[in-house]
Each structure stands twice: as structure tokens, then as C-alpha cells.
Ligand binder design. Structure first.
Ligand code: FAQ
Length: 318
């Protein structure tokens, strides 16, 4: 089959909403775009464990500690699902992880901000997982089968994360003046950084055209950001929190909460490696990788030994 026919068959499958599976033919650009996006996503889940992991030893009680431990562990699982799904496109996990460890690959900007107080843990669950759900609910319907299936399971778990985060903030808002202040301060520090998670404005999003054409993205960066703002403003107001945006106003015709301009200089500085915690995060991932070398060596040795025994058994049968 020539390239033109293959491409046209591929486009027809996409148009008909048939999922693309690992062994199907796909244009190289589709493979490349998905590998880029999925590996960045997997790296984000794994680096995303760091700001919250930082609070496991300082959680205010046993119940909070257990919930946070489980959440951080879930994020590791999400990283593993997405790395596995990304590997089906032909790049090895080792190569993908190396791209992260050498600073070549991106991961979500949000994880380059510090978690300074316990309220930050509530805010990360409520806002960061909340933003991730908005984005991932769309990706659960994307054209690449392994990615869309991974997203289904991940979204279910992220819903619990969002609820536990919002519950932490609700509890603080029912507490003392100091606790309320701590919650408001965490919201002030994380609000704009969370809006940046959705990526640049549509007019400055170089990858969107391809991703739309192939039905990986079905909603634009700006559409998802607006949807997130609409649901979150109501949740904030219900518990007495103020959104730190003097330009925020409700438009009753469009039924949208209109909001002020994001600081894009800050966004681009963070994704180029100059955020408050970029160096610290990469160092922590590299340390974890180095410290885990013995686990990788042991598991490879175990696998080899097992294979050897199977081989012996196989040979003995003869
Ligand atoms: N951070 O052309 P676009 C989570 C880059 S998971 C860093 O618009 P695209 C769970 C972008 O890569 C959070 N870089 O790109 C959790 C591109 O650079 P490149 C992660 C960003 O792909 C919760 C350039 O800017 N989720 O939080 C960011 O069409 C709590 C131009 O941008 C995903 O990864 C950013 N925020 O749209 C875990 C979801 N935004 O690659 C732990 C999957 C943009 O050309 C604790 N990804 N860039 O060099 C996506 O949906 C998309 O890739 C977007 C970006 C929407 C992130």
C-alpha cells in the first residue's frame, strides 16, 4: 500500500472515531506528537509526587497521612500507566526517563512551585488535580487507544484526589482565623500557576493544530481553562475564599467567569527551567534514579535467573 493510501485510510479511521492501536500503521508525525505529549504527561505524574511527598511526614494526623500517602502512591501508578502506554509507540522507557533526567523533556510547570504549608496540600488536590481532571476527561476520548484507556482509570482516581484536597480546604475554612488565612494564602500562590497548566493561549499553541486534526485534543487550551475557572470559582466562593484576580467578573450572557491575563513571561521562564523549584525537582528525580540502581539490577538479575530456570526446564522436557 502506498503512503498516500495509508494516510487516507488513517484519516478515515480518525474521522470515524475508530481508536488507533499500537500495531496499526500511523503517520510518523502522529507517533512523534503522542510520544512527546504522553511522555511529558508521565513525567508530570512522577515529578508531581515531590511537592506532596514533602508533606507526608508532616501531615497533621494519621487519617490525613494515610490519605496523602495513598494519593502520592496513586500518582506513581499514573506515571507507570502512561509510561507503559507511551512505550507502545516504540520509544523505550529508559530513553523517555533519560530525557527527563537530563532536563531535555518537559513536565508540567505547576510542579516547579513549592508547597510551603499544609494548606498547599489541600490546594494541590483541589486545584491541580481538578485541572488535571478537566484536561484528562477530554483525553479519555482521544484517538490513541492505550492513552485513552489509561486516562479512564486515572480520572477515576483523580476524582478522589480532588475531593480530599477540597475537604482539607473546607476544614481549614471552618477553623481559626489563622487557618482561614493559610487557605487563602495557598490559593493566592497557586491560582495563576494552575491556570498555566492548560498551556499557552490557543493562538500561541504550536502543537494544537496537529492534535486537533488527529482528535487527540478535542477542546482547546483556552476552552479547558475557561471550563476549569467556571467550576472552581463557584467552589471557592461557597467556602468563603476569594479568587486573587481583580479582573474576575461574571458574564451572564456567555455564562463564563471572565478572568485577567496570565503572566506568560513567568510561564515561559518556568518551562525553560527557571521556576522556583526546577533545579530541586530534577536533582530529586536524579537522586531517586541513582539510589534505585540496585533495585533495577536486582530485578534484572532475578528475571534472568527465572528465564534460565525456565530454559533448563524447557530443555529437560526434551
Ligand atoms: N507545563 O503547543 P502547546 C497532573 C509546553 S498531570 C510545561 O499548547 P500542547 C496530575 C508544551 O509541552 C499534569 N510545559 O502544547 C497530578 C509545548 O512544548 P513542546 C500534566 C507546557 O501539547 C496532580 C509548548 O509548551 N498533564 O497534574 C505546559 O498542545 C497532582 C507549547 O504548548 C498533561 O501532561 C505546562 N503547563 O498542549 C500529578 C496532560 N503547557 O513539547 C501529581 C497531557 C504547555 O512543543 C499531583 N498534555 N507546555 O516543547 C496536554 O494536554 C498538553 O500537552 C498540554 C499542552 C495542554 C499540557
Amino acid at each position: 500500500m502506498d503512503e498516500l493510501t495509508r494516510n487516507s485510510e488513517f484519516d478515515t479511521r480518525i474521522a470515524e472515531g475508530i481508536k488507533i492501536e499500537p500495531k496499526d500503521w500511523m503517520p510518523e508525525k502522529y507517533r512523534k506528537q503522542l510520544t512527546r505529549m504522553m511522555s511529558q504527561h508521565a513525567h508530570s505524574e512522577v515529578v508531581g509526587m515531590l511537592p506532596e511527598g514533602n508533606w507526608i511526614t508532616r501531615a497533621p494526623n494519621l487519617r490525613r497521612k494515610m490519605a496523602l500517602l495513598a494519593k502520592v502512591q496513586d500518582e506513581a501508578g499514573h506515571g507507570l500507566y502512561i509510561y507503559s502506554a507511551a512505550e507502545t509507540l516504540g520509544t523505550s522507557r529508559q530513553e523517555l526517563v533519560d530525557q527527563l533526567l537530563t532536563g531535555k523533556a518537559k513536565y508540567s510547570s505547576i510542579f516547579n512551585y513549592p508547597t510551603l504549608t499544609w494548606a498547599d496540600i489541600g490546594i494541590v488536590g483541589w486545584l491541580v488535580d481538578g485541572a488535571a481532571i478537566v484536561n484528562q476527561t477530554m483525553l479519555a476520548k482521544c484517538s490513541y487507544g492505550p492513552y485513552s484507556r489509561a486516562m479512564l482509570r486515572i480520572c477515576a482516581e483523580e476524582n478522589f484526589h480532588k475531593k480530599q484536597g477540597y475537604e482539607i480546604i473546607c476544614t481549614l475554612m471552618k477553623g481559626t482565623k489563622e487557618q482561614q488565612k493559610m487557605a487563602q494564602d495557598a490559593l493566592n500562590r497557586f491560582w495563576w500557576a494552575t491556570l498555566m497548566m492548560f498551556g499557552p493561549h490557543d493562538s500561541n499553541s504550536p502543537n494544537s493544530a496537529d492534535l486537533f486534526k488527529w482528535k487527540v485534543k478535542k477542546k482547546s487550551n483556552d476552552e479547558l481553562r475557561q471550563h476549569f475557572v467556571n467550576i472552581t470559582v463557584a467552589q471557592a466562593h461557597t467556602i468563603g475564599l476569594e479568587i486573587p484576580d481583580p479582573d474576575l467578573k461574571y458574564n451572564s450572557e456567555t455564562r463564563n467567569w471572565e478572568f485577567g491575563e496570565i503572566n506568560w513571561d513567568e510561564f515561559y521562564a518556568v518551562i525553560k527551567g527557571h521556576g522556583p523549584c526546577n533545579k530541586e525537582r530534577l536533582q530529586a528525580r536524579n537522586d531517586a534514579h541513582d539510589n534505585g540502581a540496585w533495585v533495577r539490577e536486582a530485578s534484572i538479575a532475578y528475571a534472568k535467573k527465572k528465564q534460565g530456570k525456565n530454559l533448563e526446564r524447557f530443555l529437560n522436557v526434551g
